[in-house]
Write a protein that binds this ligand. Sequence first.
Ligand SMILES: [Zn+2]
Length: 89
Amino acid sequence: MSSPSWFCETQLRDLPSGCRIMITCDKCGGQREESVRQLVNEARVGAMYLDLIEWAFSCADFHCGGSVSFGIFTPVEVAKHTPAMLLRA
Ligand SMILES: [Zn+2]
């Protein structure tokens, strides 16, 4: 695995709540977007590490069920020290 280590060491709630996560299906390429605030408050995964959440999520299309990759981005210039976007093949 080529995951940057911060991805395994960062809990969702450690991200600025203004961050958004682009969830891309590895299989069909379908994308959806979730806000960190929404995931913490509604999905209650704030205490989970990012790599575990990524692993736990699957494609929004029930019939696809592919695994997903997270891209984390923030609408404001906050995250100079964390990658603005994760690109993983
Ligand atoms: Zn899919």
